[in-house]
Design a protein around this ligand. Structure first.
Ligand code: GLV
Ligand code: MG
Length: 306
């Protein structure tokens, strides 16, 4: 399993941010060619990204690239230029505004062609941003469109615009989404994305939190999406990385619960019982499967010894 808790988005044209990203603790660095790059800087952004990927030390990090949407004049050039120059140093391409499974087919075929010339070490994956009403309507078909798919990503601001919902904050990236609604205004959408992702073996990645000065808000937003089954979250500022890494890692409390469950289960097995109980709580095979997942992830993160 890849570790994809924090995905740091860095504008492609701003080189000093690439240098900072290389020294960060983010699990994934996502170079951006889309909405953080002005139209006049799209070409220089491609060149800067290629140069940074080749020049800097990215060990311990996965590298991804958000290209422009397939209905722009930039998308095909983004793919050809960056993949031909970086090959398998890029783990994935992030495709924004995926409205139809055909968008994934287009990108997968373009990658097939480039890779048949380059023979990179591994096939480049695709991450699909679900950030339009159309994309959400076709999410199952999008999720099964290609074996290259790696994750489904929620694009919160574009989604808000796409459905014509009101603007409630300066950024429109997840702040204040509980106070304007009796629940959480994106609850259904988040659940839909998780279900589609997990039923196709994909990661579910949450949108960034737009107010990078509001740590409490970020913690709440990350905690909520992790509770719903998300694996990680985009971050737009290096100050958000450690909070997000912690939020999507098993806490000490979870690890302790997993330990107690696994011990109780072992004891029940020794005594020939199917289900165990501890302090009035029933522990069955489903509880054990959950505890095993927590345990394995904690081992992978190095939080406990194997
Ligand atoms: C991200 O791309 C968003 O639209 O929120
Ligand atoms: Mg977007």
């Amino acid at each position: 399993m890849e570790i994809r808790r924090s995905i740091l988005s860095v504008p492609g044209h701003i080189v000093k941010m690439h240098d900072k990203a290389a020294h960060s603790e983010a699990d994934v660095i996502m170079f951006d060619l889309e909405d953080s790059v002005p139209v006049g800087s799209k070409k220089v952004a491609r060149e800067n990204i290629v140069d940074s990927i080749r020049r800097l030390d990215w060990s311990g990090k996965l590298l991804s690239l958000r290209i422009n949407a397939v209905d722009t004049s930039f998308a095909y050039g983004d793919v050809i230029y960056c993949v031909e120059h970086c090959g398998s140093m890029l783990r994935s391409l992030v495709l924004p505004k995926v409205n139809h499974e055909g968008d994934i087919h287009f990108l997968a075929r373009l990658l097939n062609g480039i890779e048949s010339n380059l023979s990179p070490g591994h096939p480049i994956s695709i991450e699909a941003c679900i950030e339009t009403a159309q994309g959400l309507e076709r999410i199952s078909r999008i999720a099964e469109a290609s074996s290259r798919l790696k994750s489904l990503v929620f694009g919160i601001a574009d989604f808000t615009a796409s459905i014509g919902a009101p603007l409630t904050t300066l950024s429109a990236h997840g702040e204040d989404d509980t106070s304007n609604h009796s629940g959480h205004r994106w609850h259904y959408i988040l659940n839909r994305i998780v279900t589609a992702a997990k039923s196709h073996g994909l990661y579910a990645i949450d949108a960034p939190y737009g107010n990078f000065q509001d740590e409490e808000g970020l913690i709440d937003s990350a905690r909520m999406s992790r509770l719903l089954g998300f694996d990680g979250k985009w971050v737009i500022h290096p100050g958000q990385i450690s909070i997000v890494n912690e939020a999507y890692s098993p806490s000490e409390h979870e690890i302790e619960l997993a330990k107690q469950i696994l011990e109780a289960h072992k004891e029940a097995e020794i005594n020939g019982r199917g289900a165990a109980s501890k302090e009035g709580h029933m522990i069955d095979n489903a509880t054990v499967r959950l505890a095993e997942k927590v345990w394995e992830f904690a081992i992978q993160l190095g939080n406990i010894a194997s």
